[in-house]
Design a binder for this molecule. Structure first.
Ligand code: G3H
Length: 482
């Protein structure tokens, strides 16, 4: 049996797993290695992409769209043959449960197919001509050039591909840097790329230290990054002209839920648990702060404790496991810091008796943290882990102020049964976050829906057709029509 362990990637290699001994203790075990690139390796990968781009004259950027679609269809067929291998590596490397890993793989295949369909439609539109004010024009979509695509560890396949695939389909060439956690699972995928695509179109780089030289070279035309706002700022600033760099970013979020007094509590509890604790809360869309009205707080809390108590902490391949080990080495420590800060300032762990907030090796029994106030770090900071912070409110103005003042603006949820009350909240909130989920948890999907955020949460919009727009530029061929 193996469980993930984040090893010393930046030194030489990437040992990434753990085994379980007879007593049940989890022990780090090496399941594979990827090389850590030197600056020279990174520049060679960039040069290869540049040659394939060749100022827009390369085989890939000039390939007819129909042919590019054919190549990517072939890639998808090859990828499907590697499903089991990739799913197993997702489970081992990042500790996603098997059903969730399978869902991630299948969702990614669907995303690619939907994007291919959207591109066929875009291509049909591009071949039409428009005439206005005596100008006869063909409006095309052209690639941007060389893109640097960096994916996150929590969705190493799906989120990474929601930038990489549209970037490639539009005719760009891509330097692809996978997250250090989840780099082994890219092995089979890279093999599919190398078999389906012309040489140089995708080049992989491993290791954090190769990003700065690539950016500093000034040869990147577009940065696609999904991860933390802080890291994205650092990467972007390394480009000689950051203001001119096209950036497609999916960043931090602190999505709140407002539970109104009229809410169906069973539904609210079920959705809040899913929202806060799916994949241990390691989702940018996770619910990260619950505002519960004082009148229903006691009932809501009792039910949430009962339901969280049913969740099983264990290894990701064990059937029925809900909460799995976290692959980041110091994650439990950071969770404990946030919890301890809140406890010192008056919060309490409602499920402390059931082990809430206790670390089990690299996993943590979810902590239901009650009485969270603005003085506590957890009120503002994105936990990205299994903590369910609950703040009690008397006036709905309290959660509204939180949303208005938050540096993030991705999504939120509202739980309530009174349509008038909900309608009253929706219009002003729709100008502050990018998705309001009514009586349901926050989520990205379906992936054809626009996915973005305001303020520090995102730049540009990902989905299927939006993503094709992100990685291209409108180009006109126009003539006077006499
Ligand atoms: O981490 C952010 C992901 O895009 C979340 O996607 O809502 O489908 O889990 P999800």
């Amino acid at each position: 049996a193996m469980v993930p362990w984040s090893g010393a990637y930046d030194n030489v290699n990437s040992p990434i797993c753990t085994s379980q001994d007879a007593s049940g203790k989890w022990i780090p075990t090496l399941i594979g290695k990827v090389p850590s690139f030197t600056e020279r390796d990174a520049m060679a990968a960039l040069d290869s992409c540049e040659r394939a781009w060749d100022s827009g004259r390369g085989l890939w950027p000039t390939m007819p769209v129909a042919k590019r679609i054919e190549v990517m269809e072939n890639f998808t067929a090859l990828m499907l043959q590697r499903r089991e291998e990739v799913v197993r590596l997702i489970v081992w490397e990042i500790c996603k449960t098997r059903p969730d890993a399978e869902k991630e793989f299948d969702r990614t295949i669907k995303y690619i197919k939907d994007t291919l369909d959207a591109l066929k439609e875009t291509d049909r539109a591009s071949s039409r001509f428009q005439i206005e004010d005596g100008i006869f024009a063909q409006i095309r979509r052209a690639p941007l050039g060389v893109c640097l695509c960096m994916g996150p560890f929590n969705y190493p396949l799906n989120e990474t591909f929601t930038t990489l695939i549209p970037a490639l389909l539009m005719g760009n060439t891509c330097v692809f840097k996978p997250s250090k956690l989840g780099s082994l699972l890219q092995g089979p995928i890279l093999d599919c790329f190398s078999r389906a695509l012309p040489a140089g179109v995708v080049n992989v780089v491993y290791g954090r230290s190769c990003v700065a030289p690539i950016m500093k070279s000034g040869k990147i035309n577009c940065l696609a990054f999904i991860g933390s706002s802080k890291v994205s700022d650092t990467i972007r600033k390394d480009h000689p002209t950051p203001h001119r760099l096209r950036c497609v970013l999916g960043l931090d979020a602190k999505n709140p839920a407002i539970i109104l007094p009229c809410a169906d509590l069973d539904m609210a509890v079920k959705e809040c648990i899913l929202g806060a604790l799916s994949f241990n809360g390691q989702r940018c869309t996770a619910l990260k702060l619950l505002f519960v009205h004082q009148i229903i707080a006691a009932q809501f809390c009792q039910r949430i404790v009962e339901e969280v108590d049913k969740l099983k902490v264990g290894l990701p391949w064990t059937e029925g496991t809900n909460i799995t080990p976290m692959p980041e080495a110091d994650k439990c420590k950071r969770m404990r810091e946030l919890i301890d800060d809140a406890l010192a300032k008056g919060a309490q762990i409602l499920n402390a008796e059931q082990g809430g907030g206790q670390c089990v090796e690299t996993a943590m029994v979810p902590a239901i943290l009650f009485g969270v106030t603005p003085a506590m770090r957890i009120f503002h900071e994105e936990q990205f882990g299994p903590i369910v912070p609950i703040a009690v409110y008397n006036s709905v103005q309290t959660p509204l102020d939180f949303i208005r003042e938050s540096p993030f603006g991705q999504q939120m949820s509202i739980f309530g049964a009174n349509p008038t009350e909900i309608a009253h909240l929706v219009d002003p909130l729709a100008n502050q976050v990018c998705r309001i989920n009514l009586n349901s948890q926050c989520q990205r999907g379906p992936d054809t829906f626009p996915f973005t955020g305001r303020k520090d949460s995102a730049e540009q919009t990902l989905s299927v057709s939006d993503a094709l727009r992100c990685f291209s530029i409108r180009t006109l061929v126009a003539a006077k029509h006499n």
